[in-house]
Design a protein around this ligand. Structure first.
Ligand SMILES: Nc1ncnc2c1ncn2[C@@H]1O[C@H](COP(=O)(O)OP(=O)(O)OP(=O)(O)O)[C@@H](O)[C@H]1O
Ligand SMILES: [Mg+2]
Length: 265
């Protein structure tokens, strides 16, 4: 069965995309025996840092894979596989990114079929070794995001249940529907994940609005606000490796996903 590719996307910054990519990935791998590939698609490279990447060897970066694909139109699966690293602690594979990805983003704009570059990089011969491929997107509605949504089967949208968090969601949902009628008809409906939920009036009211406006797309799992998230990214150990409340929530998310979409593809 081909891998299920999930873009973790929201053009708003700091909503929990990277935390979700890492911890959902680890929950799928460590607790559900799934083979997981995480792909860092953000020039900030927060996911690569979280995974402990220290830039010490010469494996190709996501930037190089993109530039080579732009130049030749195709890239060999062997070359892509060379860029894959393994993170022992969380039992996930990953492709790292770096700051140069910002210039690759511009480089892509001149390429033919500029939205399908990532889809060509993450072809079946590369991803067939995995059950899930999670794409950690950057906070922007630019070409890298278009590439992620063109390569993906699903989109998870982490939404911080705080003030102004729901503004901007309409633009992303509208982009998603445009993609489904142009570049990727197999992209299924968005899955909205409330993050940084707390017991404040603002958070409760954001949840209510999400449920009224996007009820059908709203996941059942809630990710609460906790300092455990920052501690985890400092140590590079995913939340579900230790007994933490957030870890349990990410494990619940993994199970909800497997139940909802595991058998769809
Ligand atoms: N559930 C949570 N509770 C409290 N803090 C959190 C939670 N999830 C993430 N954080 C913290 O919030 C910050 C932003 O999280 P994260 O990097 O996952 O967001 P992001 O959407 O990937 O950001 P960016 O748009 O910059 O890529 C980080 O410092 C992270 O540790
Ligand atoms: Mg991020």
């Amino acid at each position: 069965m081909p891998a299920i590719k999930i873009a973790i996307a929201n053009q708003k910054g700091g909503v929990g995309k990277t935390t979700t990519t890492m911890n959902l990935g680890a929950a799928l791998a460590l607790h559900n025996d799934k083979r997981v590939l995480l792909v860092d698609l953000d020039p900030q490279a927060n996911l690569s840092d979280y995974l402990g990447f220290d830039g010490s060897d010469d494996k190709p970066t996501m930037t190089q894979l993109i530039i080579n694909t732009c130049q030749k139109g195709v890239i060999s699966p062997e070359e892509v596989k060379l860029s894959i690293r393994h993170n022992e602690v969380n039992n996930v594979d990953y492709i790292h990114s770096d700051i140069n990805l910002a210039s690759a983003d511009l480089y892509m704009l001149r390429a033919l079929s500029k939205e399908t570059i990532l889809k060509r990089i993450l072809g079946d011969s590369v991803t067939d070794n995995y059950d899930y491929v999670l794409l950690d997107c950057l906070p922007s509605l630019g070409n890298l995001l278009l590439n992620a949504l063109t390569a993906a089967d699903k989109m998870i949208v982490p939404v911080q249940t705080q003030k102004f968090s729901i503004d901007g969601l309409t633009a992303l949902i509208s982009l998603h529907s445009q993609i489904t009628v142009t570049l990727n008809s197999s992209l299924s409906k968005p899955l909205i994940l409330p993050t940084m939920v707390d017991n404040t009036k603002v958070s409760r009211s954001a949840l209510e609005t999400l449920s009224e406006k996007y009820g059908e797309s709203l996941l059942e799992t809630r990710i609460h606000k906790s300092v455990e998230a920052a501690k985890s990214s400092e140590t590079g150990v995913s939340l579900c490796r230790n007994k933490t409340k957030l870890g349990e929530e990410y494990r619940a998310l993994a199970i909800e996903l497997i139940e909802k979409i595991g058998g769809e593809k």
